[in-house]
Design a protein around this ligand. Structure first.
Ligand code: GDP
Ligand code: MG
Length: 370
């Protein structure tokens, strides 16, 4: 693990020696400018200031898609792909997600007692696939606007009797901007008016030339309603993830993204999160957007209690003091006090930002009225 001198860290963060010493003191680290601090401490300071370190280049932590974790290749293990389903309204996103969810083969889960937690996993051939179960663009758009890279693969649902519609195009743009591989699910193939060739022709204009026609985009014909073609779709997802080779390091403090959150009368803040890297454990202190807390309970979407969660695993947790937002990034922090400090500083920054906005707005109205 590389150590750096305090003065060097200050320089790379663009702050003075006095400032960094103060920051470190606030974080409970007593040191001098000539002493070295370890990687974790450097990250903590950077994180505290809203930065993340990436190959010595400092980038904004809110830009999660640019976050890089300097894990040793030997520490990396395979992780499940994280899949989002997108497409035009009424083209069958919810139906597809439900059908996949109920098709999963998990022992002791006959009857499929599942609860909606915003994300779920299915197991196939001993490998897992994570689905974000909040279809529609709201979640994806919001998360992307907040810079969160939450998905590895997009399944684009297009109704074969309807073809490319405005939200289909929107979805394509989102996925392409995020550089996420697209698999097209041509849905409603059970309908007599289904015209998959028409869908392929239309989509070819959007850089989605079908593999069948010599292009790069996999197309799978399905009927979400009748459960047809689902196995093939899952096969293709696993094939794509095999090629993309998603990996993570389970042996580090966890980091990840909030998918959704709600307030429960008895349990307080309940948040669904997906672990991006590391292992999340009950008892972990986390900073999550502008809030923080200690993981009190953790369960999966089958309500099974968990003590830890590995990369790509969606979990529902309690223990946060405040409501996070969809797309918020969470980071485990060793020290509870540090977690609180970082959250409080972020809240203060947010308040300051809002204050500035208000000032600006009132100035604008003043000018407008003048
Ligand atoms: P969403 O708005 O994309 O989530 O679409 P829904 O899943 O709510 O589906 C919209 C309508 O299309 C519902 O009435 C579904 O029953 C119907 N639907 C979805 N998939 C299929 C399918 O494969 N075949 C047929 N015939 N209808 C479907
Ligand atoms: Mg829906």
């Amino acid at each position: 693990k590389p150590n750096m001198k305090v003065s060097e860290v200050a320089e790379s963060l663009g702050i003075s020696n006095a400032e960094i010493i103060k920051k470190l003191m606030q974080l409970g680290v007593m040191t001098s400018v000539n002493q070295s601090i370890d990687r974790d401490t450097i990250e903590l300071v950077a994180l505290d200031m809203g930065f993340e370190i990436q190959d010595e280049v400092v980038t904004d932590i809110t830009r999660f898609d640019e976050m890089k974790f300097e894990d040793d290749e030997k520490d990396l293990i395979k992780r499940a792909p994280i899949v989002t389903v997108m497409g035009h309204v009424d083209h069958g996103k919810t139906t597809l997600l439900d059908t996949i969810r109920h098709s999963r083969v998990v022992q002791g889960e006959a009857g499929g007692i599942t609860q909606h937690i915003g994300a779920y996993q299915v197991e196939r051939n001993g490998e897992k696939i994570t689905f974000i179960d909040t279809p529609g663009h709201a979640a994806f758009t919001e998360m992307r606007a907040r810079g969160a890279k939450v998905t590895d693969i997009t399944v684009l649902v297009v109704a074969a009797d309807d073809g490319v519609m405005p939200q289909t195009v929107e979805a394509i743009h989102h996925a392409q901007a995020a550089n996420v591989p697209i698999i097209v699910a041509v849905n409603k193939m059970d309908k007599p008016s289904a015209n998959p060739d028409h869908v392929m022709t239309e989509l070819s204009n959007y850089n989605l030339l079908p593999e069948q026609w010599g292009g790069k985009t996999p197309y799978v014909e399905v009927s979400a309603l009748k459960g047809k073609g689902i196995d093939t779709l899952l096969d293709v997802i696993q094939l794509v993830s095999e090629i993309e080779d998603y990996k993570a390091n389970p042996n580090r403090l966890a980091t990840g993204t909030v998918v959704e959150a709600r307030l429960d009368k008895g349990r307080g803040v309940v948040a669904t999160m997906i672990v991006a890297n590391g292992t999340l454990k009950v008892g972990d202190n986390i900073v999550c957007g502008n809030t923080y807390g200690k993981i009190r309970t953790m369960n999966d979407d089958t309500k099974k209690r968990l003590t830890e969660a590995i990369p790509s695993q969606p979990v529902e947790i309690t223990g946060l003091f405040d409501m996070p937002e969809a797309g918020d990034i969470f980071v485990s922090i060793v020290d509870e006090r540090q977690a609180r400090q970082i959250a409080e500083e972020r809240q203060a920054r947010q308040r300051e930002g809002e204050l500035q906005k208000q000032k600006k707005a009132s100035l604008n109205t003043m000018f407008a009225e003048a």
